[in-house]
Design a protein around this ligand. Structure first.
Ligand code: PXL
Length: 283
């Protein structure tokens, strides 16, 4: 059996553990082939380092899409994340339209902001374009900030500490069942954090949670969505995939030793994640 294959449309932030430097090792250890479509190359991510370099790779996105189409490549998943410009969001939509097919998991992580604020590179036009991209998602994975931006709601309104409210936000984000939703940052008790999952296949809503580790860690959302994507293309059901993502993210936060802006110190625990997913083949 060959490894499931995922096209990962994210930037390469060379230092600070987010986007491709998290996505690639995570998918690899889960037995998934990751084919990156790098949207930009930055010296660091933009959250906590001054003066990061930015090489825009938008021009490469259509040629990469075209070449892969000419090769007849088939993907089991397309996983998209942080976008550096308005045009990139359009090229990403083109990529999804070119490669979606039955059985292909389209995971859109609408990375736009955190703690109630959009990232400083996100313009209102980009937020609107991200809403359009979200309409192509099979699974949408926002946090509360992104949920508010996608729904045009006040951040303060998106409280994720009551079951009934969480169910309502997840359902609205699914556009009445058009896509599945994993809404991150749900905290139904002070000691736990996790997600509410709306599964468009079953129409059911479920909750996953793991121990809350106080503090803010950069790249947590990327780690969560990467594990979720890896588990989905390995055939796990939505809730089980989200529970694995919550457990692994929590375990990494618990042993976190590096400063927040350097991202999750996840490498020492990757072997454990690999053991969680049944080996795809005997070596
Ligand atoms: O983790 C999200 C992310 C990805 N890529 C870049 C970022 C951020 C968040 O700040 O700056 C470049």
């Amino acid at each position: 059996m060959s490894a499931p294959r995922v096209a990962a449309i994210h930037d390469l932030s060379c230092f600070g553990r987010c986007s491709l430097t998290v996505v690639m090792p995570t998918l690899s250890v889960m037995g998934v082939q990751c084919c990156p479509v790098p949207t930009a190359c930055l010296s660091t991510h933009t959250g906590g380092f001054a003066g990061s370099t930015f090489l825009d790779l938008t021009d490469q996105m259509s040629p990469i899409t075209g070449h892969w189409q000419s090769l007849g490549l088939i993907f089991d998943g397309v996983y998209t994340g942080f976008m550096g410009s308005l045009e990139q969001i359009g090229r990403t939509a083109d990529f999804i339209r070119a490669f979606r097919r039955p059985g292909c998991h389209i995971v859109v992580d609408p990375v736009m902001g955190d703690h109630g604020r959009p990232y400083r590179t996100y313009t209102p036009e980009m937020c609107r374009a991200m809403s359009a991209l979200a309409e192509l998602a099979g699974v949408l994975t926002p946090n509360a900030t992104e949920a508010a931006l996608l729904l045009g709601e006040d951040y303060e309104a998106v409280r994720l500490d009551r079951e009934a409210d969480c169910r309502r936000w997840a359902k609205r984000l699914s556009r009445d069942g058009a896509c599945s939703v994993v809404l991150k940052g749900v905290s139904l008790s002070p000691e736990t954090v996790g997600a509410v999952c709306f599964d468009r296949e079953s129409g059911e809503t479920s909750f996953v949670s793991a121990p809350l580790v106080p503090g803010q860690f950069h790249g947590t959302g990327d780690l969560f969505a990467s594990v979720l994507t890896g588990a989905l293309v390995r055939g796990w059901a939505l809730t089980a995939a989200a529970q694995l993502a919550a457990d692994f993210t929590s375990a990494c936060a618990r042993r976190q030793g590096t400063p927040c802006r350097e991202g999750m110190d996840f490498e020492p625990l990757l072997w454990r994640l690999g053991k969680e997913v049944e080996p795809p083949c005997r070596i």
